[in-house]
Design a binder for this molecule. Structure first.
Ligand SMILES: [Zn+2]
Length: 328
């Protein structure tokens, strides 16, 4: 009981907030939403109004340690935030290990991606000390996201497009690179205001033939020439005209979070530039493998494409009868 009271006091919470029926702390009820900023203030008072985050908290306290993984239940393609107050410097789940980076407000934070193709089920998430000792384990439940199938009708000329020399390698290298300086804060910005034409995760068919691919980001409605804005601060890593991706800008936001914007008609930034959240980085278009002007953008967490809608609220376009786009 002492631990519970200490936790409540340290975190400025009413002890009644914790379920007194629990004899061992580690779990507590989802807190009410508070308008106190974003995930960056994750500590004691850091519960945000996060739109679709289920604030089911897996937390355990003991001997000066705190371990948190939120949300404890995710859908395929979502991201788990892993926080440690103390000795844990990495987290491991499904064979993937991600660093927990020291945060300016204290403690450590890491992002654990759950790939779109993950089998639904329960998975252990382990908190690791320097050297790999397992300090604690939680369970993360991965639910079926029920991704739909989408057929995209493509003209032969677009279907036959081949990547430019080095195109796929450049994008793959960007996905792999992880910089340690965190430049992103919550909430992320929408790159364009338009509704969502095509969601993340849909299984793609080309002219009725399965491609084995899924949509690795989202498509938002955008007119040709409409400004496209950085979802968060970061360092611009790619500003290139590619064959398949079209006009491409890619930004490293640090500590495992990256974004990429495709089919742009023009650029408004350069490789190596440091941009702020909301800066115009280019203009929407229909370059590359695209059938109409729109914005495709993706978020990567440690190289894994994750569902941006978990990070940025976006409404689907009503009665979008036909997909306006396609990207690799
Ligand atoms: Zn797309």
């Amino acid at each position: 009981m002492k631990i519970r009271e200490d936790y409540a006091r340290d975190c400025g919470e009413s002890p009644s907030y914790l379920d007194p029926r629990d004899s061992a702390f580690p779990f507590r009820s989802p807190p009410p939403f508070r308008k106190t900023g974003g995930w960056q203030s994750f500590g004691c008072e850091g519960y945000s109004e996060g739109v679709r985050w289920l604030w089911v908290l897996v937390a355990s306290v003991g001997w000066g340690q705190t371990f948190e993984a939120t949300p404890a239940a995710v859908r395929q393609g979502e991201t788990v935030r892993v926080r440690s107050a103390g000795q844990a410097t990495a987290a491991r789940m499904m064979g993937r290990t991600v660093p927990l980076y020291p945060q300016t407000e204290g403690g450590r934070l890491g992002l654990m991606p759950v790939a779109a193709g993950t089998q639904p089920g329960s998975y252990p998430l382990e908190f690791l000390a320097e050297g790999g000792t397992v300090l604690r384990a939680s369970t993360i439940t991965v639910r079926d996201a029920r991704f739909r199938t989408q057929n995209v009708v493509l003209e032969k000329a677009i279907l036959d497009l081949q990547p430019a020399p080095g195109e796929m390698e450049t994008v793959a290298a960007f996905q792999k690179a992880v910089s340690e300086t965190r430049r992103w804060v919550e909430p992320l910005a929408r790159p364009v205001p338009g509704c969502m034409v095509s969601p993340y995760g849909v299984r793609r068919l080309h002219n009725g033939k399965p491609t084995g691919e899924y949509h690795r980001g989202i498509d938002q409605r955008a007119a040709a020439g409409q400004p496209v804005r950085a979802v968060a601060a970061g360092e611009v890593k790619i500003v290139r005209k590619f064959n398949l991706h079209g006009g491409t800008v890619a930004i490293d936001h640090g500590q495992g979070l990256e974004s990429i914007y495709l089919h742009l008609s023009r650029f408004a930034t350069t490789e190596g530039a440091l941009v702020k959240k909301g800066d115009v980085i280019g203009y929407a278009g229909s370059t590359g493998r695209s059938t109409a002007p729109h914005l495709h953008w993706s978020l990567y967490v440690h190289g894994v494409p994750v569902n941006p809608v978990q990070w940025v609220p976006l409404k689907p376009c009503v009665q979008a009868k036909r997909p306006a786009s396609l990207v690799p």
